[in-house]
Design a protein around this ligand. Structure first.
Ligand code: EPZ
Length: 442
């Protein structure tokens, strides 16, 4: 199994481009099931989760060619066999986001059989809200041998009023599923308490370009007027706000000086607000070859620098536009070196603290109580062998390793490969001493 060996203490310097967003791209790919016409999706990141989604869509009768462009990749897709309706357990168990094929299958093919995704290292992760939303559109749903079996009576769903609020806020992929189901339904659907994440808005933008009638995406009420048919599209995935946030924090913890191009600043307001209070300066600069800063703040260029003394802060993870849970582990690593006590409260996935015990092995001082963790800053972190448990926890450990004294081995890097494109190459380009090694049995 692959591991990263990091010799910490190098200041990161240089310029990198933020890739297309994993969490935007997965539902965009699944939405290709909604049309018989060709679909091109650009800036598709090279990640194992994307590979798994491609595998799943091929098994659902979609022909997909991945074409390398100038530093980015495009997926050229077209449905060739619309009779397939089963998202098999073998693929779904490798990636929960497989659930976002459910809405498109039901809308276009009138039937779906999708393996029920299990929990994962960040929590239980139920799909009750997805199912409640689809039932409100008239879908008949039951469970059969671990599969969600869903059918649209008469082959077409009916528009309706759908409430998607749950105990931890709305649901991102649930909103995607209901929105995809509603675009081809008969009549109007109103989703109340819709997820406001920018990735939902990105999906809505692609659907609109395909001929869907959607207003309000990006806010808590989305209105969808069903249409009979969607056409093909050529669409570019939004930039990855979590990848951008991760490299911003990596630059900050090494007291570095890094420019990020294609940075979705507009989607990172809460994170940048917290980081500013820590003492991290993120300033817009002109994109390569330009003399003015970008007008499109979802494709910004930013320069990241940080004060030597990091201030302690409070962070509460919340649904967008609050601080994203997907950056919680990374900011915790940074706060391990702040000058005082910080508190992080996790309000989306109450058990998403697997990284705490590994950071403790590196000399951090963290006390967890329920859904909060108090981080008392230490003077330095010590390199140690640590175990990655999930994607973002692993990113937090890499960040800690970049600042730690001595060598850190982050085992089980396959978690990172799900969501960060060749992270070691990116960090090497910025001057980090990091290499991928194969560790037997790790
Ligand atoms: C998306 O997962 C992201 N995944 C996650 O990113 C991200 O952490 C999460 O949104 C929250 O922002 C993708 O976009 C592929 P949710 P999703 O449904 O949609 C509860 C990463 O690291 N809930 O918005 O599956 C749920 O348990 C990943 O890149 C219900 O109660 O998350 C959680 O507490 C990990 N019932 C909260 O809602 C439901 O039916 C938010 O989950 C669905 C969710």
């Amino acid at each position: 199994m692959d591991a990263f060996v990091i010799h910490g203490g190098k200041r990161l310097r240089g310029r990198i481009r933020v890739n297309g967003s994993k969490n935007a791209c997965l539902p965009l790919l699944a939405a290709a099931l909604l049309t018989d016409e060709p679909v091109i999706i650009r800036d598709v990141p090279d990640l194992s989760d994307i590979e798994n989604m491609v595998r799943l869509l091929v098994s659902l009768g979609c022909k997909i060619d991945t074409v390398e462009g100038k530093g980015t990749r495009a997926a050229h897709m077209q449905v060739t066999d619309p009779t397939r309706i089963e998202a098999h357990y073998d693929i779904v168990r490798t990636m929960r986001a497989s659930i976002c094929t459910l809405g498109p299958l039901l809308a276009k093919r009138g039937r779906a059989r999708v393996s029920m995704p299990g929990g994962c290292n960040i929590g239980d992760r139920p799909v009750d809200l997805h199912l409640r939303g689809l039932k409100a559109l008239g879908a008949k749903i039951h469970l059969d041998g671990g599969y969600i079996v869903a059918e649209a009576p008469g082959g077409r769903l009916k528009g309706s009023r759908v409430f998607l609020g749950g105990p931890f806020g709305s649901t991102v992929l649930g909103t995607d599923n209901v929105m995809c189901a509603a675009v081809l339904a008969e009549g109007t659907t109103v989703i109340e308490s819709a997820a406001c994440e920018p990735e939902v808005e990105d999906l809505a933008n692609m659907l609109i370009a395909m001929g869907a009638k959607i207003t309000g995406a990006g806010g808590p009420r989305i209105t969808i007027e069903g249409v009979k048919k969607l056409k093909g599209v050529d669409y570019t995935t939004m930039a990855d706000r979590i990848e951008a946030g991760t490299y911003i924090i990596a630059a900050a913890i090494t007291n570095g000086d890094v420019v990020l191009d294609n940075c979705p600043t507009d989607a990172l307001t809460a994170a940048l607000d917290r980081l500013a209070e820590v003492g991290v300066d993120v300033e817009s600069v002109p994109p390569p070859g330009k003399s003015d800063v970008a007008k499109d703040r979802l494709r910004d260029s930013v320069r990241v620098t940080a004060a030597r003394r990091l201030e302690p802060i409070q962070v509460v993870t919340q649904p967008h536009p609050g601080f994203p849970t997907d950056l919680q582990a990374q900011i915790m690593a940074l706060l391990c070196l702040a000058d005082g006590n910080s508190i992080i409260t996790e309000k989306i996935f109450p058990d998403r603290f697997m990284h705490v015990s590994e950071l403790l092995r590196m000399g951090a001082n963290i006390t967890r109580t329920g859904t909060s963790a108090m981080i008392s800053g230490v003077k330095h972190l010590e390199g140690a062998p640590v175990m990655a448990s999930d994607l973002r926890a692993s990113a937090g450990l890499v960040i800690a390793g970049l600042a730690a004294k001595g060598a850190t081995t982050v085992n089980r890097v396959y978690h990172l490969d799900r969501g960060y494109e060749k992270m070691e190459n990116t960090l090497q380009a910025l001057g980090a001493q990091i290499e991928r090694v194969n560790v037997a049995g790790a």
